[in-house]
Design a protein around this ligand. Sequence first.
Ligand code: NAP
Length: 307
Amino acid sequence: MRNVVIMGSGCAGNTAAIYSARANLKPLVISGHEAGGQLSLTSLVENFPGFPEGIHGPELVENMKRQAENFGAEYMHGAVIEADLSKRPFRLNVEGEWIETRTLIVASGASARWLGLENEQKLIGHGVSSCATCDGFFYRGKKIMVIGGGDSAMEEANFLTRFGQEVTVVHRREEFRASKIMMDRARHNPKIKFLTSTVVDDVFDASKHLVTGVRLRNVKTGELWEQDVDGFFVAIGHIPNTKVFRGQIETDDEGYILSKGGARTSVPGVFHAGDVQDRVYRQAITASAAGCMAAIEVERYLEAEGH
Ligand code: NAP
């Protein structure tokens, strides 16, 4: 029986692990499908306080993990595929192995959202990607397309100009959601072109197991045209990883956990941390702070129960 299991190993999960390990709770962290969370897929992080020159995302998250391990946190590979939160102890199925715990911190984050086109799905890993840092390298001298109008799309587009001969950003509206600084950087990058009020109708060519081009549509005029593309990067936001708790923890319509104050969820003894609950700030530093809050709440909760 565990005192606390932490689901997720991004900034939120790792910070919860540091705090709960230092409180002698011997936390077990279940790494999840995307170990290290979103930071492990980014390049330079320039806004995490304490690093005046910036720090690479994977290094930052690995440092957090090592820090937690130094205080006795344990890490387990794998993802929770089933959960029973109907009674205590809570039970979690981690790829076939059932784990029991007095408390749970859900720090499972949010995963990349896709357009949902049939051929897009078929070509993931064959030219379709959601991670420029992971896959940009493969498109040296090639034609790259980035979908989205937020900070992620601008960041990915800028990063991809290191490799591609040109990067086209395709956005469904005229106005961009991205912050001014990210937008300015992209606009001043001579390798980046913008196609606004434009959506992707199809991605080719699934029969060749390779991205060769796309069919685009102007949403204002209805005009359709095809464009050659080698790398297709989707950066249109994320979906919270709460599927295993459906019907057990209260969420909003999109699946984000509804907070019941502090780090509390609708289930006493289950706490939230990071992007799985936060659709507003979604930063490394706010996720870490949320992990800290959840760990402190767990500590107090267990103490009140006499553990
Ligand atoms: P986001 O801000 O939610 O932007 C998603 C973009 O994708 C929007 O432009 C949206 O269009 C578009 N989109 C969504 N669904 C679509 C669909 N089905 N088809 C076509 N387009 C679609 O997500 P994000 O860019 O991933 O950013 C998430 C958070 O992380 C933000 O708070 C952001 O500031 C932060 N972030 C910060 C940095 C940084 O500071 N270095 C880097 C990356 C992310 P609409 O605008 O029309 O809705």
